[in-house]
Design a protein around this ligand. Structure first.
Ligand code: GLV
Ligand code: MN
Ligand code: MN
Length: 421
């Protein structure tokens, strides 16, 4: 489908639709790390990058990286401005989360290339292979490799089928075969970077409510994820009196309500239990075990840490009162990531020049930029999310008009970009 009013924006939407055809599920979009659908999406991104005029490589974790080489006048030691986002998805997710931040720069590079315009720096467009943590319950796996922050313990982590990350990487045919040395060697040299900028759908209702297409992100909320296992005792559902039960699921239910209550107690603090299981449960057996995930975030690390301390203590108290045991396993937390004022100001200047407000907002969602912020300055451009701002849901949407405007603003940003200092 073409939309002559917003050709660049429409082409981005069309490509998001084409990419969404690769899915691990029927009737919806799930694209987990290194599944056949994920590998197909990666190959198509590489193809589009090449067609747009980039040199493309794939690294040891599966990131696809296209370079739009600097103008020859910049010389051999030109530095790199990096942009990108992730192409994996949550289960039954939306088609723009992450992918917009790859497809938009590809479209922009294609337009620059067609117009014969080069930039005075290398522009690297990264399709990050994994951000959502769906398969291995990681967080920011692919950007952690690029940022030189890969946790070697993850190689032994298993997916739901018992396949380790090392095995999945070795079977994938990616360079390095899942060897730790190859993953470590895939880190970029921070000294070569001018910064990292990420375009992303807002995934919330703020821009929609304000009637604005675009916003500049001030900071990205830190997050902590946990897996909790509660253990009690299996016994007969018909014969065990209510006062004599050690019901792991009832205990977990009380713990989940504690998460909800404690995370309602401070602005920006949020807590979610998105996975809940009764392993090997039967309708007529009191649950012997119950497992659940916890995701806790806040705009300030101190607020998040205080909530976590209360919740973990509360879980143990609930377990003790009910004759249960609770094991809380913490996945490595990601701290709050501030965006760099000098980069934000350059996005702001471009917006103002177009007569648009340089509206600034924090991000409650996590992004690859958080991990990149550990090694370089970062900024993010948010694009309005339709349908009430819903995301991590197939209803997630953007318009061709907003995608067009975001692409034009990104072109202006790139062409006027001034390295710091
Ligand atoms: C990523 O989408 C996250 O914020 O969990
Ligand atoms: Mn997401
Ligand atoms: Mn995302």
């Amino acid at each position: 489908m073409t939309n002559n009013l917003h050709p660049l924006g429409q082409s981005i939407l069309d490509r998001a639709e084409a990419l969404a055809r690769f899915s691990d599920m029927e009737g919806g979009l799930t694209c987990a790390f290194l599944t056949p659908a994920h590998r197909s999406a990666q190959a198509l991104l590489a193809q589009w990058m090449e067609a747009a005029g980039m040199q493309v490589r794939t690294d040891a974790i599966g990131n696809v990286i296209g370079r739009y080489a600097a103008d020859a006048a910049a010389g051999g030691d030109a530095r790199v401005l990096m942009t990108g986002s992730h192409f994996d998805t949550v289960r039954n997710g939306g088609r723009y989360d992450g992918r917009l931040g790859i497809l938009l720069p590809i479209a922009v590079v294609g337009a620059l290339h067609a117009a014969g315009i080069r930039l005075p720096y290398h522009l690297d467009v990264v399709g990050f292979a994994e951000e959502e943590g769906l398969r291995f319950k990681t967080s920011f796996l692919a950007s952690s490799v690029l940022a030189g922050r890969f946790d070697p313990a993850l190689l032994a982590r298993t997916d739901a089928d018992g396949v380790t990350m090392r095995e999945a990487l070795a079977a994938s045919g990616l360079p390095g075969n899942g060897e730790l040395a190859a993953l470590q060697a895939a880190a970029v040299d921070p000294a070569a970077l001018l910064g990292f900028v990420e375009v992303h759908i807002e995934q919330g209702p703020v821009l929609l409510d304000k009637g604005l297409a675009l916003g500049v992100v001030t900071q990205i909320a830190g997050s902590s994820r946990f897996q909790v296992r509660v253990e009690g005792q299996a016994s007969h559902a018909g014969t065990t009196p209510m006062g004599m039960r050690r019901d792991a699921a009832a205990g977990a239910a009380e713990m989940i309500l504690l998460v909800e209550a404690r995370c309602s107690a401070a602005p920006t603090l949020v807590g979610t239990v998105g996975q809940l299981q009764i392993p090997d449960g039967s309708s007529n057996v009191i649950p012997a075990a119950c497992t659940f995930s916890m995701d806790i975030r806040a705009g300030e690390d101190g607020i998040r840490e205080a909530a976590i301390a209360d919740i973990v203590a509360g879980i143990q108290q609930i377990a003790a009162r009910r004759g249960l045991s609770a094991h809380v396993d913490r996945v490595r937390p990601v701290q709050n990531a501030p965006c760099a004022r000098w980069l934000m100001d350059q996005f702001g200047a471009v917006l103002r020049k177009r007569g648009l407000p340089a509206f600034e907002l924090p991000s409650g969602a996590g992004h690859d930029a958080m991990m990149m912020q550990r090694i370089t300055d970062v900024a993010m451009l948010f694009v309005r999310c339709g349908n009430g701002g819903i995301s991590h849901n197939p209803l997630e949407t953007i318009t061709a008009e907003d995608a067009q405007l975001a692409a034009e603003v990104f072109v202006d940003f790139l062409r006027h970009f001034q390295p710091q200092g």
